[in-house]
Design a protein around this ligand. Sequence first.
Ligand code: FAD
Length: 322
Amino acid sequence: MFLAAAALFLAAAALFQAAEALPHTRLERLPLTTLAQAYGPGKFGLSFELYPPKTEGGMTALFRHLDQLVEFQPSFITCTYGAGGSTQDRTLDVVSGVRQKYAVPVATHLTCVGRTATRLKEYLERAKSLDIQNVVALRGDPPRGEVEFRTVEGGFSYANELVQFIRREFADLGIAVAGYPETHQEAPSPDVDLENLKRKVDAGADVVITQLFYNNQDFFDFSQRCQQAGIQVPIVPGLLPVTNLAQIQRIASLCGAKLPAQFQADLQKYADDDKGQFEVGVEFAIRQTSELVEAGVDGIHYYVLNKSEAAQRVLHAVQLPR
Ligand code: FAD
């Protein structure tokens, strides 16, 4: 027990030192700690989602990009949680490193894949000991090479069960859950998917963050349907600014997001020109963001893919209501 705590402390200290060694911006310590506090009258919840880099070099580069992103005073920053084994520790490394370096609220993603309730509890205890106050609670996708999600014995089958568990065991943690403007790929119908989203909110989620989408009307329709279904927590659009056509085609096909034909055609014009694709993607993201902000969304969650350039361009171009 002592050895484990000491090892954890040393790992956190080493990470803190590595983060400190980089040139960085330190924000004033923000009073906000939980996700729910990011939204509401007079507030705009801006958040960024990262993924755990595989190498130390990737980690260093990530913090260089974050130095730029924190200038926009995000309400919180999250990091994804992989289905495999090793990246899960890296998720905690990233979120605790961000928390320590920038004093910004953070959330760890967590999935039910391959973990019993006991192991999920251990992970959350560890997260709490690292001053991580929020969780993006997910069922998760099947690990690579498997087609169907498999419930482990003593684990959970759906995200609503994980939310219920977190609420029971860690009442003070903030919880976000995933929502699908274009309907989750496994759901038999949009209505059933919405009922399942409501289960997660009724179990205690503070906010819904959506899957990426490129047609704002899908989001507006989804928000309205959520309201009609009695879902009262903020529904926050998740946006991925496109910077590379091949990459977005892959991601969109994995998560089932539609790319508008005109947008694809505009990107295709620059098939051999990375800079041209970046410009088209950024211009699209600026228009998408502006329209959402004008419609009065509670916040925006950017899937930044560990890079700062596109989000910076968008956030310099759009005046957020904050
Ligand atoms: P659930 O809400 O459990 O839904 C899964 C499916 O089951 C849906 O079709 C739903 O309609 C149905 N369903 C839900 N509850 C019930 C029920 N009680 N009974 C019957 N059917 C039910 N994946 C990762 O691996 N790591 C991440 O870090 C990660 N982060 C994400 C962040 C965001 C914001 C989003 C939008 C997605 C993220 N994902 C991540 C992907 C996510 O894990 C997948 O989309 C996964 O397939 C579903 O997860 P969920 O939490 O939405 O599942």
